[in-house]
Ligand binder design. Sequence first.
Ligand SMILES: O=c1[nH]c(=O)c2ncn([C@@H]3O[C@H](COP(=O)(O)OP(=O)(O)OP(=O)(O)O)[C@@H](O)[C@H]3O)c2[nH]1
Ligand SMILES: [Mg+2]
Length: 198
Amino acid sequence: MATNEIIFITGNENKLKEVQMILAPDASQTNASFVLVNRALDLDEVQGVDLEEIALHKCKQAAAIVGPGRPVFVEDTALCFDEFNGLPGAYIKWFVKSMGLAKIVKMLEPFENKDAQAVTTIAYADGEGTYHTFQGITRGRIVDSRGPTTFGWDSIFEPLEAQGATYAEMHKKAKNLISQRGRAFAKFKQHLLDQANR
Ligand SMILES: O=c1[nH]c(=O)c2ncn([C@@H]3O[C@H](COP(=O)(O)OP(=O)(O)OP(=O)(O)O)[C@@H](O)[C@H]3O)c2[nH]1
Ligand SMILES: [Mg+2]
């Protein structure tokens, strides 16, 4: 094991691609402060609406699995509708799986307020017993599906900063610049660089 290895636990290929682009754009970089390694483990996700609690619970399981001395992180991403006081939130995954995007959009049909926010919460175990969380938020609105439907709810979320495009209609680089994931990982990356330079 390289001493500066950090393990990212996710089974979601789309997430992994975005996180690699943000954290380790040049995988061959020899003087990188850390090396990103993926393990696809399906971790239990507790019920509740506290996004930090959900991410921390995932991270504690991950830390127990990889063992002491090995830095590891997870992320959990939620899609929160203002009209529904934050729901579906972390449950969005099961809504997408069970109902599909068209019905999710339809849920908001009776309401004028289509505003929503996407939230990514990272929980990081530093391998020395300390946990950290980092969060990124992007506000937007729920619209009829436009663009490829290859990643979760990308085609029904139109971020405020995207000038009318859904995530699915944006280039990955442009999405990462304004996305909840991009923002959360920018904070996390800064933390890792600060730690490496201490
Ligand atoms: O359109 C999207 N744009 C995004 O930027 C995004 N990020 C996550 N998701 C989806 O939201 C749910 C999160 O659930 P989630 O955080 O538990 O992820 P997961 O279970 O797929 O992976 P993991 O828990 O192994 O990391 C899953 O359905 C993901 O596909 C996204 N959809
Ligand atoms: Mg999950």
